[in-house]
Structure formats: C-alpha cells, structure tokens
Design a protein around this ligand. Structure first.
Ligand SMILES: [Zn+2]
Length: 161
C-alpha cells in the first residue's frame, strides 16, 4: 500500500500507477487523457471542480466532454469521489486507498479543508449494507460550517466562543 505522503510527487505517481492497474483490471482503457486526469487529481490533494481541472497544464489539450466522461467513469469505479460544494459545482477528489478523510466546506468563504477521520464512510456503508440487505448504497456526507478565519469574524457579534 502506498499511503505515505512524505514525498507528495512520488506518492502521487505511485498512486496513479496503482489506480491504472486497478482500472485495467476493471476493463477501463488506458488513454493519454485518463493518465493526465489521474495525474492532475493525484497531485492536487483538495477537491477541484471540472473547470479547475480543465485548467491544469496536463489537461489543457483535452476537451471538456472527454474530461466529463472520464470523471464520471472514475466516479463510478470509486477511484474518484465528488463533493457537493455549497450546493453549486461538484468538486472531485481522488480516493487514496487506506486514507479515511472527509472534506469540511466553509459556508462563508467556500474554503475546503480535508480532515482525517477514524471511521470512513466506506466502513459505515459496508456495515449498513451487511446489516440492512440494501444494495448500491451511496454514502454522502456534507460537512458544512465556518472555517476558523470566518468564525473569528462571525464571533464578533455573538457570545459564543
Ligand atoms: Zn471561511
């Protein structure tokens, strides 16, 4: 497992390699656009909207339709997950095996922050699947709040700490 993050660029290419192996096993054809998209996602730890992905150097030469199609494929194979960002654009993030994290979204400034959690939604999902008999459960957790900077500003008129 390649979950060490000491050297982010090494970690990113190792992650991309693992994912390409997995996708090959899943029957997903390896194309230059797919490799470029995975690299862009792996190098940027935080979730990004499609528009921002499209602006990455490695992806400039590919059209938006191709990127959309690929990202949907990656999401359905659970290589990528999406986060609804303040009810607006979907933000996409690569799933790092063995890492359990969720994203906090600031209601005020839109800042995103990734935070490690002790129990992953995937664990919750498989537990619920086993116990309920339901299938195709898609866990979706939105963690909306105020980031430290915004809560400082907002606390001015309130008694809360
Ligand atoms: Zn904020």
């Amino acid at each position: 497992m390649t979950s060490r993050q000491t050297d982010s660029s090494d970690a990113a290419s190792a992650l991309v390699k693992d994912i390409l192996d997995y996708l090959l096993y899943k029957g997903v054809r390896q194309t230059p656009a797919l490799v470029a998209l995975l690299n862009a996602l792996a190098e940027n730890r935080l979730p990004m909207p499609i528009a921002q992905l499209k602006n990455q150097d490695s992806l400039r030469s590919f059209d938006l339709v191709t990127i959309y199609r690929l990202i949907n494929r990656l999401e359905s194979t659970r290589v990528v997950r999406s986060i609804a960002h303040l009810g607006k654009a979907k933000y996409y993030q690569i799933v790092v095996p063995g890492r359990h994290s969720e994203c906090l979204v600031c209601n005020s400034c839109g800042k995103l922050e990734e935070i490690d959690v002790t129990v992953s939604l995937e664990t919750v999902k498989s537990d619920i699947t086993t116990r309920s008999g339901w299938q195709r459960i898609t866990p979706a957790l939105e963690l909306l709040g105020l980031c430290p900077a915004c809560s400082k500003t907002a606390a001015g008129g309130r008694l809360s700490s």
